[in-house]
Design a binder for this molecule. Structure first.
Ligand SMILES: Cc1cc2nc3c(=O)[nH]c(=O)nc-3n(C[C@H](O)[C@H](O)[C@H](O)COP(=O)(O)O)c2cc1C
Length: 258
């Protein structure tokens, strides 16, 4: 075994120290006995922001079965410079993170929403924000928040988001071409009350699960998509006006293939 260089040892020590710090004793319990604290919102409200009701998902937009999807999956970075129709965005979002069921009595609520992707504790800790580059049929360019319970987009900003995209994803070779950027934001308020600091690790796992689901659904829809770990988190926080408890974790770029 080679001796590790000092610089590498230092970096690993830093990571293991963080890992040990979040190794607190989590609270486990029956989801029907636990009570969701009143400061936890299942979806963000965004008050009076206008919203765009998304059409129902369309099964005919799925072009591949699971076998074909997995075999053909590849990170795709050659985006055609054209918008995605709202029906495509709706289907992609619904199959990636839409509300597909209810847990009666979950977290002591009459009915608690469940998603098409699993989340740790069913706490739905990741929120999706969209940055749409082009003006499509019913989807204008701008920033949006996906309300998965009502399957609608809250409009946060309408207008050309090119400058923001260039700031957020400046290191990506395809920053000039991808039409839609889906950002995954970990909302720590959703789960620290239950899992304490361990929720940081669980939340990152949730993001990984969700990113892959978006990528596979996009592949099954014959779209071009690429997962993105390289984003400017500070710029994302500022652009979306995120509170300190919301952590940008990653993104997925989606579009038609060139
Ligand atoms: C968590 C994660 C982050 C990634 N971040 C980026 C990224 O920032 N930019 C990029 O071009 N590809 C990114 N990728 C894609 C990988 O580069 C890609 O999966 C890898 O090169 C293997 O290629 P394949 O996906 O075509 O099989 C990321 C993949 C994962 C799983």
């Amino acid at each position: 075994m080679f001796e590790l260089p000092d610089e590498i040892k230092k970096l690993i020590k830093f990571c293991t120290e963080i890992d040990q710090k979040i190794d607190a004793e989590p609270v486990y319990g029956d989801v029907k006995e636990l009570v969701l604290p009143n400061y936890v919102s299942i979806v963000e409200s965004y008050g009076e922001s206008p919203c765009i009701k998304l059409p129902p998902p369309m099964r005919e937009l799925i072009k591949k079965d699971l076998y074909e999807t997995i075999i053909s999956r590849r990170s795709c970075r050659n985006f055609a410079p054209k918008p995605l129709p709202v029906g495509v965005v709706s289907t992609l979002l619904y199959l990636s993170m839409g509300c597909t069921g209810w847990l009666i009595g979950g977290y002591s609520l009459r009915r608690y929403p469940l998603r098409s992707t699993p989340t740790s504790g069913g706490l739905n800790g990741i929120d999706l924000y969209l940055i749409n580059r082009f003006n499509g049929d019913a989807l204008p360019n701008g920033f949006f928040y996906y309300d998965f319970v009502n399957h609608e987009l809250k409009v946060l900003y309408k207008g050309d988001p090119t400058v923001t995209i260039l700031k957020l994803f400046r290191d990506q070779s395809f920053v000039e071409s991808a039409p839609l950027w889906i950002l995954l934001i970990l909302n720590l308020v959703r789960g620290v009350w239950k899992y304490k600091t361990e929720y940081y690790r669980l939340g990152l796992l949730d993001a990984g699960v969700l990113m892959e689901q978006i990528h596979l659904v996009a592949t099954a829809m014959d779209l071009c998509s690429c997962l993105i770990g390289g984003l400017d988190k500070k710029a994302a926080r500022v652009a979306l006006g995120l509170e300190y408890w919301k952590i940008p974790v990653g993104a997925v770029a989606v579009g038609y293939k060139e």
